[in-house]
Design a protein around this ligand. Structure first.
Ligand SMILES: *Cc1c(COP(=O)(O)O)cnc(C)c1O
Length: 236
């Protein structure tokens, strides 16, 4: 695992990111309290997370359940919230039910069934966001926008999954209009979901490279890894 940004750098990076979020909010005429920062600690070791905890962070985005399990175990005394943001295989449902506080990458019915069952067995419920594929890239995961309304209706049957909103990754593109278009699609889908009566208030969109655009398009939560923790030594 990576060593991270190094002593002192983490605090400076975090302050800079918070400053940029505040600036983006001001530019968009939005109240900064309406945008939550989810630090993404994937690939960084427990020492780096511990340093981040020292700076007041308590909630971390991760994309691999095994990594959550290792870090949650190592840092059990800290009572941190681990948020799954990566593609989940159905056979990981039990581990998610044990170690995760929230899943933002819910994207299909068989996963909802497995997660709900595993959570029932643990006697707990978690917040979920539905991941929608707003880009044209084959490599990206997520539910097709046209499948969202029916999926949200089906989710009501799972009492251990509390729907809170939607999540997306924008297309990796140098064209701002393309990136904004992805975020705008998610914003509109949330409007439709709310109109249909679903409690989908949160919009998790924006990462290190595009969070200012996401905030301009209405993001309520930005998932930021490298701008806080430094470059990752391997591609997740
Ligand atoms: C890794 C990851 C992020 C953070 O990416 P950065 O570019 O490092 O900020 C955000 N969201 C998801 C789903 C990720 O996998």
């Amino acid at each position: 695992m990576s060593a991270g940004a190094g002593a002192g750098a983490l605090a400076a990076n975090l302050a800079a990111v918070r400053g940029s979020i505040a600036t983006a909010c001001r530019d968009a005429g939005r109240d900064p309290s309406g945008v939550v920062l989810l630090p993404v600690s994937k690939t960084f070791g427990e020492d780096v997370v511990r340093e981040a905890v020292g700076l007041g962070l308590r909630r971390f985005g991760e994309n691999k359940v095994q990594e959550i399990q290792a870090k949650a175990t190592a840092l059990a005394g800290e009572r941190l919230d681990w948020v799954v943001i990566g593609h989940l295989q159905t056979n990981k449902a039990k581990a998610v039910a044990k170690f995760a506080a929230e899943v933002q990458s819910l994207d299909r019915l068989d996963l909802a069934i497995a997660l709900d069952k595993a959570l029932q067995a643990q006697g707990r419920a978690i917040d979920v966001l539905v991941q929608v594929k707003t880009s044209r890239e084959e490599s990206k995961f997520g539910l097709a926008p046209e499948s969202l309304p029916a999926f949200l209706d089906e989710l009501k049957a799972f009492s251990s999954l509390r729907l809170r909103g939607l999540m997306t990754l924008a297309e990796a593109s140098d064209d701002e209009a393309v990136v904004r278009g992805c975020f705008r699609t998610l914003y509109r889908l949330r409007d439709s979901a709310r109109e249909a009566g679903h409690p989908a208030d949160r919009l998790s969109m924006g990462m290190s490279g595009d969070f200012a655009l996401a905030i301009a398009e209405g993001s309520t939560e930005v998932r930021i890894g490298s701008a806080i923790f430094g470059a990752r030594s391997y591609k997740p």
